[in-house]
Design a protein around this ligand. Sequence first.
Ligand code: PTJ
Length: 261
Amino acid sequence: MSIPDNHPRAESLRIRERIIEGMHEKVVAEAGLIAHGRGEAYDYILGEKTPNYAQKQQEVAVAMLLTSKKAVISVNGNIAALCPKEIVKLAENTGALLEINLFYRSEERVKAITSVLEKAGAKTILGVEPEYFETIEEISHLRRIVDMRGIYTADVVLVPLEDGDRTMALRRAGKEVITIDLNPLSRTSLWANVTIVNNVIRAIPEMTEEAFKLKNKNSDELKELINNFDNYQSLQETLNFMSSRLRELAEGKLEDPTKNL
Ligand code: PTJ
């Protein structure tokens, strides 16, 4: 559907169209639409901009990717539909591997997502060839199927836009987990080592920019950034930001769009 440029929510509607098209092409799971709607609601509270606290979260996350032995970016349907080129660029600029890992896994969807990533320029895509499949037993659903060259042997895993129990299982398996989740109260957000509470649409390209900046720092400086970060404190800061924004709006900053009618 073509979205008129003068629609007040044109950008948001265009992004929504990408998710809907992705669903028709079997890239996005049906539940991915529900997840997207939940994300949109949280993004309203952020004012659809990257807050300062998220810049810090993104900086630490990139430092973790750059200092890892083996970092893997886990790709699901929503990420493939929303930011395929951006995720490939982030992987290239941080040395991370890309692995398709799906909650609603089917061969048809793996193929559809592989094709989207290839078109976006990905050269190597893990999680596709059965001869490399391994299982993480702690995970009770199809996300347990991982690639032995990727998530199975990674020390750092970025799981953008995720459901909770895999993060818990990955942590229990001794891995460091970074997530991007607009809901600061989700189980994923609470269980990750670094939670970026921002929209993936903004966070992923901004993380690539951050990678360009951080590449000039040595590994001790990067490790210091990581060691000084406390995810629990950072989530409190996030909740403070959200609640003060709502309070400010409630106490007078909310503009009345009908006042000049
Ligand atoms: O492609 P699959 O089969 O792996 O399935 C992917 C989904 C997203 C359907 C699956 O992982 C799922 O059900 O996830 P949840 O439990 O709905 O969690 C998704 C989380 O991502 C929620 O906390 C949302 O608020 C958040 N979210 C949604 N859209 C965005 C987002 N966070 C950041 N940016 C977004 N654009």
